[in-house]
Design a protein around this ligand. Structure first.
Ligand code: SAM
Length: 287
């Protein structure tokens, strides 16, 4: 994700969907050199083509489109004025706490697997002071730990409307861990809270290459890296899936649709994949 966001950020202002100046802190030294060379347009274009040729046509465009879509969802939710806490679940190398406007009065909780969080904190180094003084790091393994307890110990305030962002994570978890995390969010979330999360179409877990020709290389790529996809949803069943867990579906946008929305007006030919989805949900009042 960091490489994909850093590559996007190397584009000229007029053709990029966002600028994540922090992304390059999280990439290897070799990638940093490539990114430096990518300030030259022709090099960047060659790197993008090569990246898509190796990874396949879906991952980069989908990652970029989903990042922008979630940036917009977070910014809109914050600008409405009632959100007091932003909880980033499986934060990884997300840098929204440092780069999005409107967070001055919001406490940010970065929840992540302890191993990833340690790498991030080392890479951020001196940045973890003001202006992001309100960021709290909460190490949690969704497969084992009690999310509610960990957030409570970190100063999460019940009764404050919160925005939960769970981007690029559910696909790596077991179904019980997804359920447990949603249950914890449901219990933590005060009325007016929102949940934004991503999922992959369950069909790709069953090897449905006909509908998603880009899936095979993508699925094999993550498996080879030792992080296989283990969870997915059927888009037709998302509303019911959420309702059974105490959430109301507000919107479900595939990264193909997000790509049309964002790349099209810039005249870019990048295409997000239809297998990746971004969902926005509200917290339902207890029945
Ligand atoms: C692909 S990264 C996405 C990171 C970030 N949300 C983003 O979109 O850039 C997947 C994230 O899920 C986290 N993750 C995977 N399994 C986890 C688990 N069992 N408990 C906690 N976090 C987990 C990883 O640590 C990593 O930060």
């Amino acid at each position: 994700m960091a490489v994909q966001r850093a590559l996007e950020s190397a584009r000229p202002r007029s053709s990029r969907l966002f600028c994540d100046a922090f992304a390059q802190r999280f990439v290897s030294r070799r990638w940093r050199l490539v990114l430096r060379a990518s300030r030259v347009g022709v090099v960047r274009r060659a790197v993008e083509v090569l990246y898509d040729w190796v990874a396949g046509p879906g991952p980069r465009a989908s990652a970029v489109a989903r990042t922008r879509l979630i940036d917009d969802l977070v910014t809109d939710a914050l600008s409405a004025g009632s959100i007091g806490q932003l909880v980033i679940l499986g934060a990884g190398f997300d840098s929204r706490a440092w780069r999005l406007p409107g967070l001055e009065k919001v406490t940010v909780f970065e929840v992540d697997h302890p191993a990833t969080q340690q790498v991030k904190r080392q890479a951020l180094g001196g940045i973890v002071g003001p202006p992001a003084w309100q960021v709290r790091f909460v190490p949690v393994d969704f497969e084992r730990d009690d999310l509610g307890q960990a957030l409570g110990a970190a100063g999460y305030r019940d009764g404050v409307p919160s925005l939960f962002v769970w981007e690029g994570v559910t696909n790596y978890l077991t179904p019980p861990a997804v359920d447990q995390t949603l249950g914890a969010v449901r219990d933590l979330a005060a009325p007016g809270s929102l949940l934004v999360f991503t999922y992959v179409d369950r069909a790709v877990l069953a090897g449905d290459d006909a509908r998603f020709p880009e899936a095979r290389r993508w699925v094999e790529g993550v498996r080879r890296r030792g992080e296989p996809w283990r969870f997915g949803l059927d888009p037709a069943e998302v509303a019911e899936f959420l309702a059974r867990r105490g959430f109301g579906l507000i919107g479900d946008v595939s990264t193909a649709n997000a790509g049309e929305r964002y790349f099209g007006p810039l005249g870019r030919r990048d295409q997000g994949s239809a297998l990746y989805h971004v969902v926005t949900a509200s917290v339902l009042a207890p029945a």
